[in-house]
Design a protein around this ligand. Sequence first.
Ligand code: ZN
Length: 449
Amino acid sequence: MKYSHVYPASVHELPGAKIYMIDLGDRDALVCEGKDYFPQEMNELTHETANRLRALFPFTAPVPVLNYDRSVGVGDRLGLAGPGHIRVFEKYDAMPVFAQQSIRELNLTNRTFEDVLDSATFAVFRENFTRGFGADGDHLKKPEDIEYALSLGFTMITLDLSEHIHANADGEYSQDVRELYLGKTFRVEDHEIEFTADELKRVTGIYGDALDFAVQMYDRFLRDGTYKAEFEISIDETGTPTRPSEHFFVANELKRRGVVFMTIAPRFIGEFQKGIDYIGDVSAFDAEMDVHAAIARHFGHKVSVHSGSDKFSIFPSVGARTHQRYHVKTAGTNWLEAMKLVAEHAPELYREVHAYALKAFDEATKYYHVTTNLANIPSLDTLSDAQLPALFENNDARQLIHITYGLILNHGDFHARLYAFWRAHADEYAAALEKHIGRHLETLGCPKR
Ligand code: ZN
């Protein structure tokens, strides 16, 4: 090879050429040695380069993955988590969604869907991960956002119905719906789901508009099969847990109206706060998961568990109740792992970021619902450098750092300094993710490959 600092797993051959990635110190680049498959011999990692790679090496383009028994979304807010995530999915028998970002996360990190997808493409090429991965336009609410994600080749659309769900509204229903549900009891494995007049009025009131919207979006973007993308229905961003009757009604109506969907994300009982374990009664969750999993099996979709970062106490229930068929999403925990590394290896920088996060916290609570009590976080002056990493075992400190990511990355020179740090500690970051995300899969009971 003509260049040094080659990533060994990245060396690929095409007739007349060797194509590989090199480490230029402050960034990576793609080399095409021999025949001109790329415009230059040495190419910057741009969207054009990624497009070319996806055309030449199909394993670097996303594919639908929800049809596999186990699929796990591992959002990568920084565009740096790929290599660590890849180590996990080399080991466990679940299909990954490496590109997964919501519009909120894009805005807070000043990233684009192009960039999110390209980061995944470059990572799988560099590490030669050929099993396939998905790309999820997460929590999309607007047609223009769906179109944007699909036009780039995203293979999954998570349609967020929250703006069309009307809590406590009584609905009117059609003759069809009346005949199908009123006074009926449906048997789903060993559960019974009953639609009394009141329940039917309630459920149609809450979901009537949402179902219309889902059907519209499906008709407009997916029905004709132009895009090879799978549909997830998200009803999790609501004030109260999704009742079994609601899950059943939504799934049954979507099916009846010809919508093909792979997953539904209900809102579960208890609290799924970002970046910390489940808050609530685990046995109550287990009982609910049992019904939701049975409903999903009844219709042939999978239950999708959102805000799955660090929910170790309920993962055994998710794995068992779904009979090992699930979709789980994690997003923020890889950012926390990245910050923990800063606390371990660059205490001065960590102290600056932490102090800023305390100031920015109020602003950040506009975007995220948390119950953080800042008074539970020890003051940094009382901690030695060696004690800083232990902050990541304190739930309030975790949430402080978790929800302020956008403000931190946009403040002063933090972005440049943090990215320089992470680049210099790329191996440690990959090892930390391998362990931490690996623990998620292990607790879910995911078999090894
Ligand atoms: Zn969600």
